[in-house]
Structure formats: C-alpha cells, structure tokens
Design a protein around this ligand. Structure first.
Ligand code: HEC
Ligand code: HEC
Ligand code: HEC
Length: 126
C-alpha cells in the first residue's frame, strides 16, 4: 500500500471515530427540567435547594423511621402537621407525579422503583 493511501485511510477513520463528539459539540444543550411547584403552599419539608439535592435521603430516613424504628411522629411544615409518608405527605402537596417527580427523573433517565408498591393520585382517583 502506498504511504499516501495509508494517511488518507487513517484520516477518514479518525474523522469517523470523532464524529459523535463533533455532533454533540454542535448540538445545543438540552434545557433543564421544569418541575411544576405547588401553588397553594409555600414551604417544603426543608428549604428548596436542600430538597433538590437530598430528597432521596430524606425519603429513606422517613421510611427507616416508620418501618424500622416504628417512629410515626408527625413533622410540622408551615404550621401544619404531616405524616412521614410518601403518598400521604409528599404527594399531598406535589399532587401530580408526572408534572413534578417525573419531569426531573425523566430528564435523567432515572426511575425510582417506589411506585411498584406506593400509590400516587392518578392511581387513587382516576
Ligand atoms: C406542605 C407541602 C409540601 C410537602 C409535604 C412536600 N413538599 Fe416538596 N415542595 C413544596 C413547595 C411549596 C416547594 C417549593 C419551595 C420553594 O420554592 O421554596 C417544594 C420543593 C420541593 C423540591 C425542589 C423542587 C425544585 O424545583 O427544585 C423537591 C425535590 C421536593 N419538594 C420534594 C418533596 C418530597 C420528596 C417530599 C416528601 C418527602 C415533599 N417534597 C414534601 C411543598 C411540599
Ligand atoms: C428538581 C428535580 C427533581 C424532582 C422535582 C424530584 N427528583 Fe427525585 N431525584 C432527582 C435527582 C437528580 C435524583 C438522583 C438521580 C439518581 O440517583 O438516579 C433523584 C433521585 C430520587 C430517588 C432515589 C433514586 C432511587 O432509585 O432510589 C428517589 C427515591 C426520588 N428521587 C424520589 C422523588 C419523588 C418521590 C419526587 C416527587 C415527590 C421527586 N423525587 C422529585 C431529581 C428530582
Ligand atoms: C416492595 C414494596 C415497596 C417498595 C418498592 C417501596 N416501598 Fe416504601 N413502604 C413499603 C411498605 C410495605 C411500607 C410500610 C407502610 C406502613 O407501614 O405505613 C413502606 C413505607 C414507606 C414510607 C413510610 C410510610 C409511608 O406511608 O410512606 C416511606 C417514606 C417509604 N416507604 C418510601 C419509599 C421510597 C422512597 C421508595 C422508593 C425508593 C419505596 N418506599 C419503595 C413498601 C415498599
């Protein structure tokens, strides 16, 4: 094989291998998810920034309190008492799973398995 054709083939191969990176550099970044916040209440269990980063930790803490420690003491949010419950509290304020939880998780291709057992509003009242 001639030297020039080796150079040509290598260049073509390099361009082919680099093409996914070039395409992703040229395409615009996807917009951040916009979960719909409740309008009738102002406060969450914790400040919003903390909830955004650590809601999964809090959920597991509530689950461990209730299921493992038998501690069902309620929590106060904005002067109202709420049970440590996924369906009974989180989903009482964040009524639409699709417009809240799913908007973020969908953008991340994350699908928590909680709903295999726990129900949400659409399942409670169609
Ligand atoms: C009393 C009503 C109420 C309850 C109960 C509640 N939330 Fe919230 N949540 C809110 C409100 C209101 C906001 C927006 C707060 C703000 O903007 O400061 C919020 C914010 C959030 C955010 C941040 C959203 C964003 O756009 O960054 C997450 C995540 C969240 N909640 C998850 C949960 C989970 C999980 C539970 C149950 C453990 C829960 N919430 C329970 C009312 C509630
Ligand atoms: C502001 C965006 C946002 C909102 C709103 C949101 N989440 Fe998440 N959630 C995340 C991110 C980011 C992760 C981490 C992704 C991962 O680990 O797969 C996560 C992870 C989780 C996890 C841990 C993952 C697992 O498989 O165990 C649970 C549980 C969870 N979210 C529950 C909820 C529930 C319930 C709601 C609605 C009440 C909710 N989230 C709303 C962004 C959000
Ligand atoms: C295999 C079924 C199953 C799965 C999957 C599951 N749970 Fe549960 N969970 C239960 C049962 C059963 C209880 C006990 C209910 C009670 O005693 O009130 C419970 C209780 C809880 C509680 C406290 C009580 C309440 O009403 O919410 C929380 C919080 C909770 N789970 C969060 C989660 C989260 C978050 C996930 C997903 C990461 C999850 N669970 C996945 C079965 C499940």
């Amino acid at each position: 094989m001639r030297k020039s054709s080796i150079v040509l083939i290598s260049a073509a191969l390099a361009a082919l291998l680099a093409s996914p990176f070039i395409v992703s550099l040229l395409s615009p970044p996807s917009p951040p998810p916009r979960p719909e916040l409740p309008r009738d209440v102002k406060e969450c269990v914790r400040p919003a920034a903390q909830m955004r980063a650590e809601h999964m930790v809090l959920l597991h803490q509530w689950r461990d309190d209730v299921v493992r420690r038998g501690d069902r003491r309620e929590v106060m949010i904005g002067g109202v008492s709420y049970a440590k419950s996924l369906t009974g509290s989180c989903m009482k304020c964040h009524r639409h799973k699709e417009k809240f939880c799913d908007r973020c998780h969908g953008a991340l291709s994350s699908a928590p398995k909680c709903w295999d057992c726990h129900v949400y509003r659409k399942e409670v009242r169609p």
